[in-house]
Design a protein around this ligand. Structure first.
Ligand code: CTP
Length: 399
């Protein structure tokens, strides 16, 4: 990581959230500087932005202070990405026409390498043909857009609509995507995530504590690197990632069907879901009342989806996950061969930093030739990228 992001704060009400945008970017590991337009400082303050970023804020009054090169050229050269958040209709118009009479536009025209706009304005302004023409023009110039999204406007009493700025934490996801290498462009990924639920009756089920975070992180990382992604997920509390086709399922049988529906078009399949190995032999149509007596459940085996895919693999890359409470290397090695996989990601849910539901994990990759590679302890997102690097390795071996 370590990319440099210049947050350029435009003069809209959403500038109130810009200090949070800065903070979220810093937390995600970016180097951050801030530029604020004069009108932005009617909605937030220089102090708030300086405190959030830990640096002096670039403002119009500092533009031509004597310090070697002009500030707009310095900022453009410094930033890997300029995130305009919020972006007003006026800023879009100025940038689209090269009207570099203010510090923000001058920085963009002054050689910014990559620009990502996070528009915020009322829906009338967003939908206005002039604004839309400017957006098209900027897109044609290679600029990126995050939002706007549908939601409440800043002024009380104003109707909801399309024009709200993407929330600060989601903007980080857009920045990450903009800065990611596009080394998986043109590939179709099919990824599974989460647990499955195997119902006994309408209100009871067998399941496991999988949160889905690893599979979702893989889907987002693959999307960011240019892949088209279908994510088949069991029940999770996670929001749908943008620009990913999300298919929600409940049971292992439904997951199998959804996976088979998308298998044909896929180049890479990663089964990160914790699929239940058994399901009740029958699902009762009505809730069963308690009897106070012992009860025996009759379970039948679920199909092993990954093993089935292994028999139809052809040229695809196939990746599995293995969860072992013991040592597990030999078992993982046996599994990678039996299921005809390119590799399997072995993890141990019994340690605190790798427990179910956490944001970190520790993974050892096991290859069919017996090689193993430790991906270390890291955030699930970081591990997702390391796994995708191995996927690329498998693809490169094929050509
Ligand atoms: N998997 C699957 N279908 C199942 C069970 C598991 O596709 N019915 C996939 C998981 O998504 C994961 C891998 O297979 O990628 C995990 O296999 P695991 O359940 O550990 O393998 P088993 O052979 O079932 O392990 P064990 O022998 O411990 O049950």
């Amino acid at each position: 990581m370590g990319h440099r992001v210049l947050v350029a704060v435009g003069g809209g009400a959403a500038a109130m959230k810009s200090p949070f945008v800065v903070r979220r970017l810093l937390e995600a590991g970016y180097e951050v500087r801030v530029l604020a337009s004069p009108r932005a400082l009617a909605f937030t303050t220089e102090t708030a932005l300086a405190l959030a970023s830990g640096h002096e804020v670039a403002t119009e009054t500092r533009w031509f202070e004597p310090h070697g090169r002009a500030l707009h050229l310095d900022l453009a050269a410094w930033a890997d990405l300029v995130l305009v958040a919020p972006a007003t209709a006026a800023a879009l118009a100025r940038a689209a026409t090269g009207l570099a009479e203010d510090l923000l536009t001058a920085t963009i025209v002054g050689g910014a390498r990559q620009v990502l706009w996070a528009p915020a304005m009322n829906p009338e302004m967003w939908h206005h043909p002039t604004t839309q023409a400017n957006v098209r023009r900027l897109k044609a110039l290679g600029h990126g857009f995050a939002g706007p999204v549908h939601g409440a406007m800043a002024s009380v009493g104003e109707a909801e609509g399309l024009g709200r700025m993407v929330e600060p934490e989601d903007l980080v996801a857009h920045v990450r995507r903009a800065l990611a290498p596009k080394d998986l462009e043109g590939l179709h990924f099919l990824i599974t995530a989460g647990p499955t639920r195997e119902h006994l009756d309408p209100v009871r089920f067998l399941s496991n504590p999988s949160s889905g975070k690893m599979g979702f992180a893989l889907a987002e990382a693959a999307r960011d690197r240019g892949a088209k992604v279908v994510l088949v997920s069991g029940p999770t509390a996670l929001p749908a990632p943008f620009d990913v086709t999300l298919v929600r399922v409940e049971s292992a049988l439904q997951m199998r069907q959804a996976v088979l529906d998308h298998f044909e078009q896929s180049d890479v399949v990663i089964m990160a879901a914790a699929v239940a190995d058994w399901r009740p032999a029958e699902k009762l149509p009505e809730k069963e009342a308690k009897s106070g007596r012992e009860k025996t459940l009759h379970l039948v085996a679920n199909p092993d989806i990954l093993a089935e895919l292994g028999t139809m693999k052809a040229g695809r890359v196939l990746v599995g996950f293995a969860m072992e409470t013991g040592h597990g290397l030999e078992r993982a090695f046996a599994k990678v061969k039996r299921k005809n996989l390119d590799f399997i990601c072995l993890n141990h849910p019994t340690q605190p930093e790798t427990a179910f539901g956490g944001d970190t994990n520790r993974i050892v990759v096991v290859f069919p030739d017996g090689r193993t590679e430790s991906l270390g302890l890291a955030s699930k997102r970081e591990l997702a990228d390391r796994i995708l690097d191995r996927v690329r390795g498998s693809i490169q071996q094929r050509v």
